[in-house]
Write a protein that binds this ligand. Structure first.
Ligand SMILES: Nc1ncnc2c1ncn2[C@@H]1O[C@H](COP(=O)(O)OP(=O)(O)OP(=O)(O)O)[C@@H](O)[C@H]1O
Ligand SMILES: [Mg+2]
Length: 296
């Protein structure tokens, strides 16, 4: 990746070019959303199919602007302590044990136990502290539960976190926040209202070919084209797990590695594991291989 560009892009076109240099091809809609998010310091929510570049957008942005990428991976049951901060109990215990009777009765001994030394930063606190030196990626927010979403909303409203024992930590200038969701459930209106919203769909064929060529340099263009054509047919079938852009890249790479110049039914059958990852899907695809790989 090239040298990071500090500061703000001056236009959507400039941001598009910067992302491209980082190996990420954003269409006009996505680039505009990211540009506005950067310029007006608004969080942006990226929703879309699986494997269409939601997470990658945040990674490339951070790298391109020399910002730290701080990632909060959401999952079922995630709670505030895993997102904000925790106390390092083990070290607190050791510290307390090491204190003598006399020290314990001293005024600030107990305060020290709950002081910055024993505080473990988790992503949200880290991001509030880093401010605009960071990109905060709140990944797969749809996996977290309602309460956690409400709590996130609070943090995103004022970028300040109060730690009773220490005080309030405030971001001088907020980090760029990118939330992603696969839409396994509907997010709350309140959270959406706080964010700019952008839906990332599958890219049009020409762009997907370009993405393959950028991400897997060395893959011949003709092979990339035939893979993209086949993948777009796969997406039209009623598959449980339709292939994302990541699978397109993988498939092209796999075929190229095996020396295929083009995608025929045999080459496809041999390499389906790169692109179809469900047993039922596999059967459906195998029945339609001729059609999926045909040239027209
Ligand atoms: N527009 C793009 N430009 C360049 N590479 C892309 C683009 N879209 C997707 N990719 C490639 O696809 C891969 C998968 O993207 P990513 O992991 O960001 O998908 P995602 O939308 O977060 O998927 P998931 O829903 O599974 O988390 C990336 O590593 C990248 O190589
Ligand atoms: Mg992702």
């Amino acid at each position: 990746m090239d040298q990071p560009v500090p500061g703000q892009p001056a236009s959507v076109a400039e941001l598009t070019a910067i992302l491209r240099q980082g190996g990420y091809l954003a269409d006009r809609g996505l680039a505009t959303a990211l540009y506005v998010a950067l310029s007006l310091q608004r969080p942006v929510l990226l929703e879309g199919e699986v494997g269409v570049g939601k997470t990658e957008a945040a990674k490339v942005l951070a790298a391109a602007f020399g910002r730290r990428l701080i990632r909060l991976q959401c999952y079922e049951g995630i709670d505030t302590s895993q997102a904000l901060y925790e106390w390092d109990y083990a070290r607190q215990m050791l510290y307390v044990r090491a204190l003598s009777e006399r020290q314990i009765t001293e005024d600030d001994a107990v305060d020290k136990v709950f002081g910055p030394r024993f505080l473990l930063e988790r992503p949200l606190l880290e991001a509030v502290r880093a401010g605009d030196q960071a990109v905060l990626l709140i990944d797969e927010v749809d996996r977290a539960d309602d309460e956690f979403e409400a709590f996130l909303l609070e943090v995103l409203s004022d970028f300040q976190i109060s730690i009773p024992e220490i005080g309030t930590v405030r971001a001088a200038s907020p980090p760029l926040v990118i939330l992603t969701s696969n839409r396994t459930r509907e997010l709350h209106d309140a959270l959406k209202r706080r964010c700019l919203y952008h839906w990332i769909g599958y890219p049009p064929a020409a762009r997907e070919v370009e993405i393959v060529l950028v991400r897997a340099p060395g893959v011949p263009e003709r092979l990339a084209q035939s893979v993209v054509r086949a993948v777009s047919r796969l997406r039209e079938l009623d598959l449980a797990k339709p292939p994302g852009v990541a699978e397109t890249i993988d498939w092209a790479r796999t075929l190229d590695f095996l020396g295929a110049a083009e995608l025929g039914p045999q080459a496809a059958a041999d390499t389906l594991g790169a692109v179809v990852k469900e047993r039922d899907d596999l059967e459906l695809v195998q029945e339609n291989l001729e059609e999926i790989t045909s040239g027209g």
